[in-house]
Design a protein around this ligand. Structure first.
Ligand SMILES: [Zn+2]
Length: 270
């Protein structure tokens, strides 16, 4: 059994073929956790999960989307409490990538995003649901955002009991940062990027960190792994991520499948 720990089957890309995508996923023994990027997709993810055994939902607002809706944490709390199919808070975090000239300064963006990020961390602690973190730096400095995220997660009172826990999805930091997230109790999520030829640093990280700290994911519809790079992604392709990690670690793919499945079940209490 495999599990895609982070997909977006609520996105418009699946309007015409959602049923087939889900069928192919289950036919390849792949369960699915749907992540959400705003309140609307959070509601959709919960509804979809209710219809399918082997599918769960996250609720949360992506840092880029806090500007597109008036984030009301109480609505997210009510939604999270509305169904046992809600297994985590995400994706939430920091994203400094899309700042264009004329938009708010990076400092203003940081301030807004940190505020909502802290609210979602609070909700995760209150409801005892794991966090699914999104983190992306600027083009010039992909790592600074990860340092800021680590700083927030280690700061008081956030770091105090109950300690924040979860996964840093689609990890794009460096090895030292990956180890710090693990020390804080987080898992590291790998997408199809790890299969890309030029992703040498990420491959070295996947090789180095222990298998019992790794989750695999597709981030569908984006980031399709080799050999399907460039195509629309889907959960049944998560097996290619597992295969690549197995190759890097020189273990059998079944070991990666088993370990990442157990890690995911444990983290999200499935
Ligand atoms: Zn995502």
């Amino acid at each position: 059994m495999l599990i895609d720990s982070h997909a977006h089957l609520t996105f418009a890309e699946y309007e015409s073929d959602l049923g087939d995508v889900i069928k192919r996923s289950f036919a390849s023994d792949t369960q699915i956790i749907n992540a959400s990027n705003n309140f609307k997709t959070s509601v959709m993810a919960v509804e979809l999960a209710k219809k399918h055994e082997g599918m769960w939902a996250l609720v949360g607002c992506h840092p880029d989307d806090i500007y597109l809706e008036k984030v009301d944490i109480n609505k997210y709390r009510d939604l999270a409490n509305s169904s046992e199919k809600v297994v985590g808070i995400g994706e939430v975090g920091l994203d400094f990538f899309r700042l264009k000239d004329g938009e708010k300064s990076i400092e203003a963006i940081k301030k807004d995003q940190v505020k909502y990020f802290k609210e979602f961390i609070g909700l995760s602690k209150e409801l005892d649901l794991p966090l699914v973190l999104h983190c992306r730096g600027t083009k010039d400095d992909p790592y600074k955002a990860y340092d800021l995220m680590l700083e927030i997660l280690s700061s008081k009172p956030i770091a105090q009991s109950p300690k924040p826990r979860g996964v840093i999805h689609c990890f794009g930091g460096n090895l030292e940062q990956a180890k710090k997230f693990i020390d804080l109790g987080f898992y590291i999520g790998f997408t199809g990027i790890v299969t890309f030829k030029n992703a040498k640093e990420l491959q070295a990280i996947a090789k180095e960190i222990p298998l019992d700290k790794i989750l695999i994911e597709t981030d569908s519809p984006f980031l399709a792994p080799e050999p399907n790079r460039g195509k629309k992604n889907e959960p049944s392709y998560v097996k290619y991520v597992a295969q690549k990690i197995a190759d890097l670690k020189e273990v059998r793919v079944i070991e990666v499948e088993k370990a990442t499945y157990i890690n995911t079940v444990k983290l999200f209490n499935l």
